[in-house]
Design a protein around this ligand. Structure first.
Ligand SMILES: Cc1ncc(COP(=O)(O)O)c(C=O)c1O
Length: 462
């Protein structure tokens, strides 16, 4: 050894006696970590982290387009009058919404704020579906003027809609959200008017009796991550029966039917024993369930209603990856291995629902050990994976959390750490920054510190 140059210190870990799970029978094998995810759409993961920092969300535009086109292909040939409206809350990054709008998706929004987002992205009012339980009088007036399709959630909103329509000088076509028993429990009966109790019929009759409104559409969103495609068949049949009853009463046919979102993505729920990808119906299963009852009811497409779908997670979940770096490896009191990584539930809200699939990004030993993966928050709830087989990892190594495109980049929390940057890899394979990492300035920007409190930190107790 040359003088002055110190030998690199070897990492040593004190031996532990831990119960081994590697002998567990598992018909899916343990292969998920064997092929590291070295690059995303041809861009090396290490390069992405070096350029944009860690943690980092990476969206593949190609994967997003592929999934959206797949969804359109599942429905369009079966029922040509199908239109997809992008569920903004699932991921309202402007780049994501814009990719989908460019592909022909309308906007589905559930708040005045989301309505404004869609308008600012240039979406014409008459290509917006306006849902949600908390629309304001002003937003309803704007929607009425813009020609947006509003789905009323409750009787108080019908009252606001009547007022909004009064100034138009013509009758305003509206829809109602209907909740019903399609065999999915607990049913989301807090949204819209209930079918079985007669509430939906009461709402329809009230609209029919109104001087300013006419009932043109029915909307139903059964819930999310619905694993039973046949629930959509039951719901569609019930809504078409309801529409037939209304038509018999009022003479008005249905202009549109919105069957909501809820199609599952490849992720695995915490309660699930089998991996999600082995359980989820295909987009074709969902499409058959929705369109077959429609085709049975309407002999020709001319008389048939437009079919809207507001799929969120099934479209966007699988197109995004969260890259996160190992900060530390440690042992719990039980001897179990634990990792601390730099992205937790603050960035990955969906870790509360899913056993997210983790991928290594470089070669490793094949010695796997049951590991807990914790995020960087100083909070016991911050768990990325409670238990996952991983090889030994050291600080600086990168893990990839797969299928994170839905409900993270909108539900993430600004809590203890800044929210990560988001990069979209274009169809041409070029990484483009679509959201900067938060900074202290961007976080505290909206705050106002009263003059009398300024400088307090420099003068503690003084
Ligand atoms: C009214 C409405 N439409 C569409 C969606 C999108 O649902 P998903 O992401 O399950 O497809 C939601 C989400 O819950 C919703 O509330």
């Amino acid at each position: 050894m040359k003088k002055g140059k110190r030998a690199e210190k070897k990492r040593y870990e004190r031996p532990q006696i831990v119960r081994h799970h590697s002998g567990f029978m598992n018909k899916f094998g343990r292969g998920s970590f064997q092929t590291p995810l070295r690059e995303i759409d041809g861009v090396p993961v290490k390069k992405l982290i070096a350029e944009y920092g860690s943690p980092l969300f990476v969206i593949s535009e190609s994967a997003l387009l592929k999934k959206f086109r797949e969804a359109k292909r599942a429905f369009g040939p079966r029922y040509p009058k199908t239109t997809f409206a992008w569920s903004y809350k699932t991921n309202y990054l402007r780049a994501v919404c814009s990719v989908l709008h460019r592909e022909g998706a309308w906007a589905e929004v559930v708040s005045p704020l989301e309505y404004e987002m869609a308008r600012r992205l240039g979406v014409p009012g008459d290509k917006i579906l306006f849902n949600g339980p908390a629309k304001t009088a002003e937003s309803l007036s704007q929607a009425a003027r813009d020609g947006a399709r509003v789905h009323a959630d409750h009787f108080d909103e019908l009252h606001l809609l009547e007022k909004a329509a009064a100034s138009l000088g013509r009758k305003l076509p509206v829809g109602i959200r209907v909740n019903l028993d399609a065999g999915i429990y607990p049913a989301w009966d807090r949204f819209g008017f209930n079918l079985e109790s007669g509430q939906a019929l009461e709402a329809a009759r009230r609209i029919d009796a109104s001087r300013t409104l006419t009932l043109a559409g029915l909307h139903c969103h059964l819930g999310t991550y619905i694993l039973d495609a046949s629930a959509y068949r039951r719901a569609t049949v019930k809504l078409l029966d309801f529409a037939a009853l209304l038509e018999a009463e009022s003479g008005n046919g249905l202009s549109w039917l919105d069957m909501g979102g809820g199609f599952a993505s490849r992720n695995t729920l915490h309660a699930s024993y089998l991996p999600g990808e082995n359980l989820i119906p295909s987009l074709h299963d969902y499409a058959a369930a929705v369109t077959e009852p429609l085709l049975e009811r309407y002999a020709s497409q001319d008389a048939a209603p437009i079919l809207f779908l507001e799929s969120g997670r099934a479209i966007v979940d699988e197109c995004a990856t969260l890259l996160t770096s190992v900060l530390a490896a440690k042992r719990l009191a039980s001897g179990k291995r634990a990792l601390v990584v730099d992205a937790g539930v603050n960035a990955l809200f969906t870790a509360f629902w899913y056993k997210h699939e983790l991928a290594l990004t470089e070669d490793s030993t094949s010695f796997m050990e049951d590991t807990a993966v914790y995020g960087p928050l100083c909070m016991a709830i911050d768990i990325v994976r409670e238990s996952v087989m991983l090889p030994p990892l050291t600080p600086g190594q990168i893990l990839a959390v797969r299928n994170v495109g839905a409900y993270n980049m909108s539900q993430w929390l600004q809590f203890i750490h800044a929210r990560p940057a988001v990069v979209m890899i274009s169809e041409a394979g070029k990484p483009e920054l679509v959201r900067e990492r938060e900074t202290l300035e961007s976080m505290t920007g909206p705050e106002r510190l009263p003059e009398r409190l300024k400088g307090a930190g420099e003068n503690i107790g003084g």
